[in-house]
Design a protein around this ligand. Structure first.
Ligand SMILES: Cc1cc2nc3c(=O)[nH]c(=O)nc-3n(C[C@H](O)[C@H](O)[C@H](O)COP(=O)(O)OP(=O)(O)OC[C@H]3O[C@@H](n4cnc5c(N)ncnc54)[C@H](O)[C@@H]3O)c2cc1C
Length: 435
């Protein structure tokens, strides 16, 4: 049975030959299907890391049980297909929050481990893998292994950021972070150029748990890198907070062309930059709009039309980040391509246990590009050159096109990782970056 699971970016990688929905008694040795296998979380990776053309997807959305929760210590055990939104619903009323969260809550715990996702608190908390206490990994030889920093340590390290090809994670135990209520004291500061972003990042990382910036990717000259710096902390005193009644807006159709184009981008960016009258504003917000602004539009990816889009996320090390990010923003601004939401964030230096973990010290930039074919791919290749020259890396969860050389440069741990790949597992992404 052929199954079509499109990537979130809307790009087509071909059909999977079938899908299996594992349950907790699942064993890879007695199924009637042929490898290669690949676990599938909730398909929120933008490119082909959750795609397995010609192979079989292990659709983990059926592994959706919360198994145990210690309200005193915040230790949660859950199946790997549990969504972060489920965890939030359970944990917040008991004073706990996710230790690390990406910009959408509709991702699974398995997906968060396999891409070792990061969030706005990377400078304080590191990546998701830093908070994983242990997990069960099913291998194609029938073994079920408990992996932790003390047990099967090598497989533990290979599976965090391991792109789903070391085996199937069936459940995991995570240490949650305390939070008295889900309100955030948020400050937004408009900054006029890239230099100011670095100054604000340096001064904010000490005092604020969450930091991120939106940049106007079309601004040039003295305004290059201008944007809004957003920082915040949980309000850690008991407070009454209203229920979150806002429903997500629907994006019901795939328009024939991208609604994100040079004109709409120019208008949006100019308006967004000047949307706040004062240089600085402060307010208290619930966690949903703070962490998950894109979740407020259902299927926002459809804005890009039928041809879809490429997401591009790089990290540039501290020593080269000022020049590297400047050069990248200049090339994007010159091209007139880019997205409404270009995100800039300084990563901290808390190491992840993951062998192929993407987050590392430096500055990360993420943005979408409507798929205009050759034109877009040429621009992205030219950005690769800057990233490569600056000693940086690209993020597999957001990638649909990086070369083998770029992958090798981005992940020096690849040789150490390869022995832990399950021989019956594979993915489109892995095939592409390994010739
Ligand atoms: C709006 C939006 C915002 C985002 N913001 C961020 C961000 O701020 N930071 C960030 O780091 N990422 C971000 N992402 C990317 C996203 O967090 C990752 O791609 C995440 O891995 C997707 O999880 P998923 O459950 O959808 O997994 P999928 O995309 O389905 O799969 C991701 C990988 O996990 C593997 N996998 C899934 N389940 C298992 C399992 N049970 N066992 C073993 N391997 C498994 C798959 O094989 C695949 O390699 C964002 C994505 C979106 C759409």
């Amino acid at each position: 049975m052929a199954t079509n699971y499109p990537a979130w970016g809307g790009l087509n990688f071909g059909q999977q030959q079938g899908k299996i929905i594992p349950n907790r008694f699942f064993s890879l040795t007695n199924i009637d299907a042929h490898p290669p296998f690949l676990p599938y979380g909730n398909g929120r990776s933008y490119g082909d890391s959750c795609q397995n053309t010609g192979g079989v997807l292990l659709d983990c959305r059926g592994l959706n049980h919360l198994m145990a929760f210690d309200r005193k210590t915040g230790v949660l055990k859950c199946e790997a297909g549990v969504l972060l939104s489920q965890i939030l619903r359970l944990a917040i009323p008991h004073g706990w929050f996710l230790p690390v969260t990406p910009g959408t809550r509709f991702v699974t715990v398995g997906g968060c481990i396999a891409n070792d996702v990061h969030g706005k608190n990377h400078h304080r908390a590191g990546a998701f893998g830093c908070h994983v206490r242990c997990f069960e990994l099913k291998r194609s030889n029938g073994q079920s292994l408990i992996c932790s920093p003390k047990e099967n340590t090598d497989l533990f390290r290979a599976t965090i950021g391991g792109l789903g090809i070391t085996g199937l994670i069936t459940w995991a135990e995570i240490q949650l972070a305390p939070c008295q209520n889900p309100l955030i004291g948020q400050e937004t500061i408009r900054f006029p150029n890239l230099g100011e972003f670095f100054t604000l990042s340096d001064e904010s990382d000490q005092k604020y748990e969450f930091t991120v910036a939106w940049v106007d990717c079309l601004a040039r000259g003295r305004s290059l890198g201008r944007g809004h710096f957003i920082r915040g902390n949980f309000i850690n005193k008991p407070a009454h907070y209203p229920a979150y009644g806002r429903k997500a807006l629907p994006m019901p159709i795939d328009p024939p062309f991208s609604l994100v184009n040079s004109l709409s981008l120019k208008i949006f960016n100019a308006l967004y930059y000047s949307r706040q009258a004062t240089k600085k504003s402060a307010k208290t917000v619930r966690y949903e709009p703070f962490f998950y602004p894109l979740d407020s539009i259902d299927n926002w990816n459809r804005l890009y039309g039928k041809r879809g889009f490429y997401q591009y996320q790089c990290v540039i090390p501290p020593e080269t980040s000022r020049d590297g990010i400047r050069e990248i923003l200049e090339r994007i601004a010159m091209s007139g391509l880019g997205s409404f939401l270009a995100v800039l964030k300084k990563f901290g230096n808390i190491p992840s246990p993951g062998l192929l973990s993407f987050p590392r010290p430096g500055v990360t930039l993420a943005l979408d590009f409507p798929n205009l074919g050759e034109k877009t791919r040429n621009l992205l290749s030219s950005l690769d050159q800057v990233v490569s020259h600056a000693g940086g890396a690209l993020y597999p969860a957001k990638d649909a096109r990086m070369s083998e050389e770029m992958f090798r440069q981005s992940f020096p741990g690849t040789d150490a990782f390869i022995p832990f790949i399950d021989p019956a597992f594979g993915s489109c992404f892995w095939n592409r970056v390994n010739g």
